[in-house]
Design a protein. Sequence first.
Length: 282
Amino acid sequence: MKIKEIMTRKPITARLPGNREEVISLLVKHKKTGLPVVKDSSGEYIGFLTRQMLFEKPETDQLVLLIDRDYPCIPGSDSIEYAAEIMLRNNLHHLPVVNTKGMVEGVVTPADFLPIIIENNIDRPVEDYVRTPCIPLHRKTPLKVALLTMRLAKLYAFPVVDDEGFLTGLITDRDIFNRNIIEKSISTADIGLGDDEDAWNWEGLKNVMKLYYEISKIDVPNIPVEEIMVENPTTIFKQTSVSEAAKIMYSNDYGQLPVRNDRNRLTAMIYELDLLASLLED
């Protein structure tokens, strides 16, 4: 199967020249965490911008200084296996698809591969595909400590455990910046979005809200994570098949799942991207 068969066509793009405010507005408005960047004059692919790149350069305004010009891209004629290999090798959550003229035709994400993994009915257990260390947070961990842990570990989802080490919840950076957590007085002007009401989209804004915390434009209350975590999250057994895990993720729009052993103990976290490795086996 070719990658063009599963890609999202005519993706939203950012254009050079541009600036931080314009890009953040696009991310918020369209609920994206990354965008291909093209030349405004020709539409030719130049590079890619993810929210992590914004986080790493919180004071940089010019788009040209924020993007990764060496970010991989592939033609639509390449196989899904080759695309999966590139994404795994480079730990990518977006992969632009570019035609022979250098124009962006589409974008693929790990979620786009899940229906194929489901259809392939792969029996191998998820424990064979865990790649990322599992870092649990105690339920009494303050939110600011959770955010610091996310930044240092470069992870955005953590299992939450009780005093006995049993899983009790799950928390992501999007949960921390829930509408009920951020001060209601914050406005689009406070965070540089201007008066574009269409861009004031809370679901999209949660994707980039961590940026404003990093540059001290907003604050979060120092309450424990247990007050905002997702309680009793869906889990899978370490012997659950890859295809079954993909089905749960796809059906519920989950980006990750906690993994437990036969004693109901947390053993790992499995992410959408991890499952792509199942497509590379003979």
